[in-house]
Design a protein around this ligand. Structure first.
Ligand SMILES: Nc1ncnc2c1ncn2[C@@H]1O[C@H](COP(=O)(O)OP(=O)(O)OP(=O)(O)O)[C@@H](O)[C@H]1O
Ligand SMILES: [Mg+2]
Length: 302
């Protein structure tokens, strides 16, 4: 653990990928700083705010001084473009890492912002589920590929695709915690039973340390009865697992990707940026209450 207690905040200019552990930081003086923790942002339902949450949470965590790797595990590549990047010719993508043709070091790219790096995705990833069908330990590919990244980054945030297929199973197998965005809309709870069962299956068979670290309500509009109802229903169902931070419905959040910037850069004073900063601090607190991650079978984490 880096375990330091120097509060760090504010935007950093362009920088290179984080290396080493010379500047330990934490989100607040009281909370132990995370180190080498992997968070999967998952919900098989489409359009609930997974990518918006992965990108902006990663950016907020990076601004708060944590060394963050954003891993785009969706063939749509929205997290990649959301931080102004693309799968470059001389840089490997997550697809090549999954197939074992590239290492994490081949795929790691610095973004324009300090402390924030990316593993990019391209549409090639759409074929990975089929190409991996006959592969040995196909569910463990991402975990093994990201293993060295845990030594370098405090937090690795994985943006999952809208399915419960092999890509998401890989993310769940690689993760210490799952963060589940829930859109404030009718049928908000629909499909969450299936997600929970998948998390259980992965925990039982592949990754005993896996926890649902939080459910986060997105596109929340406190003025509407619907948002209030969904909020009450989700809290009634999941209790303390629901993050206190509600992400507001905000046009600025929807606009930021078209400027290839996280909200924390695009409009740092906006409600969306404030919410994702708050969510970042809440996540760090939640992580501190989890135990130390277990090493993977057959490969010590060092
Ligand atoms: N808090 C918000 N306020 C307003 N618009 C939002 C908010 N969060 C997400 N959106 C918009 O809703 C749409 C879906 O969001 P996003 O892409 O983050 O969802 P997703 O779960 O990643 O989707 P997919 O399942 O396709 O990967 C996007 O157009 C995004 O800009
Ligand atoms: Mg997405």
């Amino acid at each position: 653990m880096s375990g330091g207690s120097v509060p760090v905040s504010g935007h950093h200019g362009p920088g290179s990928p984080p290396r080493g552990r010379s500047e330990p930081v934490s989100a607040s003086a009281e909370v132990e700083a995370p180190s080498g923790r992997v968070i999967a942002v998952a919900n098989q339902k489409g359009g609930v705010g997974k990518t918006t949450t992965a990108v902006n949470l990663a950016a907020a965590l990076a601004e708060q001084g944590h060394r963050v790797l954003l891993a785009d595990l969706d063939p749509q590549g929205n997290a990649t473009s959301g931080v102004g990047m693309r799968g470059a010719q001389d840089t490997a993508t997550i697809y090549e890492m999954l197939l074992g043709d590239a290492t994490f070091a081949d795929g790691e790219q610095a973004t324009a912002w300090s402390n924030l790096s990316l593993i990019a995705s391209t549409i090639d990833l759409a074929g990975a589920e089929i190409e991996l069908v006959s592969a040995f330990s196909r569910e463990q590919k991402l975990r093994r590929a990201l293993e060295p990244a845990r030594e370098v980054y405090d937090l690795i945030v994985i943006d999952c695709p809208p399915s419960l297929g092999l890509l998401t199973v890989n993310a769940l197998t690689a993760a210490d915690g799952v963060l589940v965005p829930i859109q404030c809309e009718y049928y908000a709870l629909e499909g969450l039973g299936a997600l929970q069962r998948n998390v259980e299956l992965v925990r039982t068979n592949l990754n005993p340390g896996l926890e649902i670290i939080g459910y986060v309500l997105t596109m929340h509009d406190g003025r509407t009865r619907l948002s209030q109802q969904v909020s009450a229903e989700v809290t009634g169902h999941f209790g303390e697992r629901v993050c206190k931070t509600r992400v507001p419905r905000s046009v600025r959040l929807a606009e930021a990707p078209s400027y290839a910037q996280p909200i924390t850069v695009f409009d740092p004073a906006s409600r969306g940026a404030i919410a994702y900063h708050r969510l970042a601090r809440e996540l760090v607190e939640r992580l501190a209450s989890l135990g130390t991650p277990a090493p993977i079978a057959g490969g010590p984490r060092a």
